[in-house]
Design a protein around this ligand. Sequence first.
Ligand code: NAD
Length: 487
Amino acid sequence: MDSRAIEEIVAEVLNKMGGNSRSLAGSSKPATPTPAIKKATAGNRKGVFPDADSAVEAARGGYESLRKKGFAARAKVIEIVKAMCSAKAEEWGKIELEETGIGRLDHKIEKLQILSKVPGVEWLKPYGMSGDMGISMEENAPFGVIATITPVTHSIPTLSGNIVNMVAAGNAMVINAHPGGAKCAAMAVDAFNREIEREVGIENLVTIIEEPSLESFNALCASSGIDLICVTGGPGVVAAAMKSGKRAICAGPGNPPVVVDVSADLDKAATDIITGGAYDNNLLCIGEKQVFILEPVFDDFVAAFKRAGGHQLNAKQLETLTNEAFTNSKDAGGCSHPVLNRKLVGASPEMLASHCGARVAAGTPMLFAETDAAHLFVQKEQMMPMIPLVRVRDMDQAIKLSVQSEHGYHHSAMIHTSHVGHMTRMGQAMNSSIFVKNGPCTAGLGLGGEGYLSYSIATTTGEGITTPQTFTRRRRCVLVDALNVVG
Ligand code: NAD
């Protein structure tokens, strides 16, 4: 058997195990485009442009066409995007995993299948007022063309969900994807545009920059053809967008804490934390990242976490993995501080275990270890399936450490308790965009809890889980003295 055949078998096995095909050294990108990516990115692609200026100009044309065609066209576009995500979930999930090398195939597929849960035109309700002086109507008008920045953690799902919300509101878009997921993003944009052009007769409603960079991001921010910026990503891009001088809706980073109270159902809490925290190898921004457990139930909770499938690391293994997962970087002032090693982001539990000498059973969803509250796995948004468990003496300490470790992102938090007063106290203290009681984080996005889905949760700027309404301007239209049929 030649070495290429062996590599292919290893990749296939790792994929089946829910891992990915990168080497143990952990490179997050394939050295050369695979045949699937080459096929997906070849030819004359619709909506794919070499630079910001041409992408903006084309999207302005798309916006004008949508304006002329009205609400029926918006609804049809949304129908197309949702149907394509459902039909192509498997194919596109594989392509995204191949390109990014992070996360799990089953969850990449599911994230596209659930796009039907993102709200569309039905969400836009005008507000009417009628009285002695006539009638007024407040309507939701589009902004125009939105510069849309997407993360590597969910490249196609984020851009697809953003299309549903933004086009429902009457906007066109220019996408600056994360370079690590830009090829699959361009492939999806091309496919969407072909179908939209064929079914609705609109070209370039969604455009994308072929090779996105910080320069193309800056060019979009400076462009007079961009009316609004929507960022989904980490602290760097959020800060850059907010300094741009344009209105920015920012779905920023998180580091969601979980509290397990003495009155919790421990087996359910453990299962829920693994369901949310292990999802796509802990790539979700809402995903459980650190757990504070009240001392009297700590040991019982550890036993429950093992029953739920978690694999405990010992102190030596934790130390080794911590040294691999965080590296030191010097800032502009020459001070050294720990930063996340991107090569382990979204790696499988098997891969993490191989970095610290642990042996885990195939299919283990998550690693865990006992740490103190100052540990890097508590303080940093690790985005990998190793979750720290911290003992706390009482609810006051649990809430205090939850607030501290969330760093004021106002993103997501979870509690497992039967005590309503404890739920209320934590909810008020966290002031987070999503707060889930007795469920996995995913319940906060309508997956096992009431509500709707979005892949952009505007935490930094406070709009919360984005909807079509988020991407509208509110306009009041007033008719004085006439048409009030009541009096
Ligand atoms: P990232 O910040 O590395 O990249 C996000 C996007 O910003 C990419 O398109 C990237 O190219 C661009 N970018 C990065 N730094 C930039 C800068 N200084 N100037 C201009 N553009 C820049 O994030 P990621 O690794 O792709 O995604 C993970 C992060 O995104 C996590 O922090 C996660 O919590 C967050 N996230 C938030 C949400 C949400 O809804 N709030 C959703 C998904 C991901």
